[in-house]
Design a protein around this ligand. Structure first.
Ligand code: URA
Length: 429
């Protein structure tokens, strides 16, 4: 095969053969196809798309570049069989749902083998959030994962270097060639990792709105449909929920502050939207693993999910009782008028949190554990001019100015009696 011929096929809107896909994905991962050739190919795919069959083959070729895990035969130390279920979110602002969700699902006897990522751009990363907990470590060996799933029921860990190495290279390339927000490439990136991870059931939380990769409902639906088909074709029991990401989830955005809010949810409290989405996703994960008719929310208020959380954090070296880091500097953002907050833009808030130091500009940058934003009002709330509506937090105060700049236009206050442009959290299944 010849890379130029394969690029030409897609440039001219042709259809790849299975053998072309297998070769180019493998050869790129081995360094035989050059970065500039894969850049051109990614752009040709971005512009001309791939058919369902091409995407499916692409996913298999990606998986084939690394190892695959399997939890067949997983059981508790007492010998009780453990089905597996996982969730993947396409990325959002204030999206800490994985933190209470894994322990909640595990508290019903379903193991959650969650492999997560770090934040990039304005979207937060689950591993960055958990690393705010003193001592907690993201790297687990395959043997450690199996042991912890058996004994505790839940893990949140970094994907190892050998899990879909093709995606590690290709994602970094897409990031710098404006080819990230492309349905065939996002779907194959996400699903190759989730299929290789070895979960039996999978629930996809596909975000739509300003804070999501997919800004329109039409695109989000296309992504959801494509991923569900890929999962089912690979024998993973997959469903997707379409959920709102036009405003941040909950009242915190950042790292340590999102852990703090997750603890409130695990203690039976927390903001209603975070609880609603956690319970909705848990219900789907349990159903995917064959468990229905249980009172899902009960295990948040009776301490069972919290018990799993504590054991999960401790098993990964974390101190579940340690105080979380506090930011050295805080500034308030004040309401500019009397009235009702009608919109609070997820992208603006996510970008502000990122600029405060909660996120990174390049993959190798560190993040600040204590940086982020506390929200004191959400869409629908009555506000008074001069009242603090957010607290910005950072260890490096020179960041406040740029964070404020990204909040420009992010808050809209309407006259008394206005209703927010809210659509609810779960838009469709
Ligand atoms: N998340 C991924 O893992 N891959 C993408 O391409 C986009 C979001």
């Amino acid at each position: 095969f010849d890379a130029v011929e394969i690029i030409t096929t897609k440039r001219d809107s042709g259809v790849f053969s299975d053998a072309q896909i297998d070769w180019v994905v493998d050869a790129y991962t081995r360094g035989v196809v050059a970065e500039e050739q894969m850049s051109a190919l990614a752009m040709a795919i971005f512009l001309n798309g791939m058919s369902r069959q091409e995407i499916s083959r692409w996913v298999h070729a990606m998986i084939g570049t690394g190892e695959t895990l399997s939890y067949a035969g997983l059981a508790t130390p007492q010998g009780v069989a453990l089905p597996t279920a996982d969730k993947h979110s396409t990325g959002g602002v204030g999206d800490k749902i994985t933190l209470p969700l894994g322990p909640l699902v595990a508290s019903f006897g379903v193991a959650v083998p969650q492999l997560s990522g770090r934040g990039l751009g304005h979207t937060g990363g689950t591993l960055d959030k958990l690393e705010a907990i003193p001592g907690w470590r993201a790297e687990l060996s395959d043997a450690e994962m199996w042991k912890q799933l058996s004994e505790v029921g839940a893990i949140v860990a970094a994907a190892g270097a050998n899990l879909v190495p093709a995606d590690k290279k290709l994602y970094a390339l897409r990031d710098v060639t404006a080819t990230v927000d492309c349905v065939p490439l996002i779907a194959s990136s996400i699903m190759s990792k989730k299929i290789a991870e070895g979960t039996g059931a999978l629930v996809l939380d596909v975000k739509v709105g300003s804070g999501a990769f997919m800004k329109t409902e039409e695109k989000a639906r296309e992504l959801a449909r494509t991923m569900v088909d890929l999962g089912r074709d690979a024998g993973v029991n997959t469903v997707a929920l379409l959920t709102d990401m036009s405003t941040p989830l909950g009242l915190t955005v950042g790292n340590a502050v999102e852990v703090e809010e997750s603890l409130e949810v695990l203690a039976g409290g927390g903001p209603a939207d975070v609880v609603e989405l956690t319970v909705a996703l848990a219900t789907e994960m349990l159903a995917g693993a064959g468990i229905t008719g249980v009172d899902v929310a009960a295990n948040l208020s009776n301490g069972k999910a919290m018990d799993v959380w504590r054991r999960m954090i401790q098993a990964q070296g974390g101190d579940a009782d340690a105080a979380l880091p506090q930011a050295k500097h805080e500034e308030s953002v004040l309401a500019e008028a009397d009235g009702v907050m009608v919109a609070l833009d997820a992208l603006g808030v996510g970008t502000a949190s990122w600029r405060l130091g909660a996120g990174r500009a390049r993959k190798e940058d560190p993040v600040q554990a204590a940086a982020g934003i506390r929200l004191h009002a959400k869409p629908g709330d009555v506000v008074r001019r001069g009242q603090p509506i957010m607290t910005l937090m950072t260890d490096t105060p020179e960041r406040f100015e740029r964070a404020r700049a990204s909040l420009e236009g992010a808050v809209r206050i309407g006259p008394e009696g206005s209703r927010p442009d809210s659509r609810g959290i779960v838009l469709d299944r």
